[in-house]
Design a protein around this ligand. Structure first.
Ligand code: HEC
Ligand code: HEC
Length: 318
């Protein structure tokens, strides 16, 4: 009996030490910061998705949210360094990927937007993006039978209002969750890293994880990663006016990073090789170490997410 108890104790100690080891390298996901709203349902998701792909929302009906946020590239924009809006107006920042937004405390490269619901007002009305007015958008939607009945089904009101438009867009963007990369499979012990990926992971934990913190691979902080800053974009300083924030930007996620080029707030680097050349110089990482890190970063690609047909173009009639 005593022997049996001792044996059980030994086994449980082994188990605890194994799980604590596991936790050290593969952190559990924290609780989301942005909560679901009470309208969360399949119908509101489908309405939000249709709106996300709807060019009618822009002043000249030429572009939709998806013109700058493409599903195959993790909802980032890969054609241009900075975003292109109506009449080819050029923005000053690189469109970030859209996923795992529920875990973000603030949005945009300078964190100037705190609410995911309110965020959409910016692209809808910004002259370099969709350049429309909220009144005009609501009038267009109200005139459209399909949208009018879809809004009514979700929000139980005949007249479409701004908050409903913003809530519906949020329902779609908050549902974009990416957590099925090769890295995630390894973390669940369903796969293992190659030797090179393992080396890259070790380098990552040593040099990168303090900012790009696993398992989200971002942090809700503003940092400088040593790139040269130009005076046209001073990042977090533009929001706080504090000297200490000059040239600091939010720490972006590295999930799906091999698909969301170009890189940095202004899209200055076209490839991960160029990004690693920058960090290599900062942190004295040789060519092989840079290659190992890239091999690790590629394990953060989640093709299930990138190819998910649920997140691709649909209208309400489909
Ligand atoms: C003309 C290109 C363009 C269009 C159209 C556009 N966006 Fe964006 N989006 C951007 C850029 C650029 C940023 C980063 C802005 C910044 O940092 O100042 C951004 C940021 C965001 C963010 C914040 C992401 C984060 O992690 O901080 C969300 C959410 C978002 N867009 C959703 C939308 C939605 C919804 C629409 C349609 C209503 C839309 N966007 C239309 C270019 C665009
Ligand atoms: C001190 C915090 C910090 C550390 C350490 C750090 N980064 Fe970054 N990283 C940032 C910030 C901030 C940005 C965005 C900078 C900008 O756009 O101006 C960034 C951007 C990036 C980007 C571009 C992301 C995108 O979507 O454009 C990649 C890739 C990247 N880092 C990889 C790494 C790797 C690999 C390491 C380790 C070798 C590392 N970082 C270490 C803070 C950090």
């Amino acid at each position: 009996m005593v022997n049996k108890l001792l044996f059980l104790l030994l086994i449980s100690c082994l188990f605890i030490s194994a799980t604590s080891n596991w936790n050290k390298s593969f952190q559990k996901w924290p609780a989301p910061i942005q909560k679901k709203t009470k309208y969360s349902s399949t119908a509101s998701f489908e309405l939000g998705r249709a709106l996300f792909y709807e060019p009618l929302l822009s002043a000249d009906s030429s572009i939709s949210c998806s013109s700058c946020h493409l599903s195959y590239t993790a909802f980032a924009h890969v054609d241009h360094a900075t975003s292109h809006g109506i009449q080819s107006h050029i923005g000053r920042r690189n469109a970030p990927g859209l996923f795992n937004l529920a875990w973000r405390a603030h949005f945009h490269w300078d964190g100037g937007v705190k609410s995911l619901t309110g965020q959409a007002i910016n692209p809808l009305t910004h002259p370099d993006e969709m350049g429309n007015s909220l009144e005009e958008i609501l009038a267009r939607l109200q005139k459209n039978d399909t949208y009018r009945s879809a809004f009514e089904a979700v929000y139980h009101q005949e007249e479409i209002q701004t908050w409903m438009l913003l809530d519906a867009l949020r329902q779609f963007s908050i549902s974009l969750v990416s957590k099925e990369s090769f890295y995630d499979k390894v973390s669940r012990e369903h796969a293992s890293f190659s030797e090179q990926q393992q080396k890259g992971f070790a380098l990552f934990e040593q040099h990168c994880n303090q900012c790009h913190t696993a398992p989200l691979f971002f942090s809700n902080r503003f940092e400088s990663n040593g790139i040269q800053i130009d005076s046209t974009d001073l990042g977090r300083f533009e929001i706080t006016g504090s000297e200490a924030d000059k040239g600091k930007f939010r720490v972006p996620t590295l999930r799906n990073i091999s698909h969301s080029f170009p890189y940095m707030h202004d899209g200055r680097y076209k490839s991960l090789k160029e990004v690693m050349a920058h960090y290599g110089q900062q942190l004295q990482l040789n060519d092989n170490q840079q290659k190992d890190l890239i091999a690790f970063l590629k394990t953060l690609t989640d093709t299930t997410f990138l190819m998910n047909p649920q997140f691709q173009y649909h209208t309400l009639n489909q």
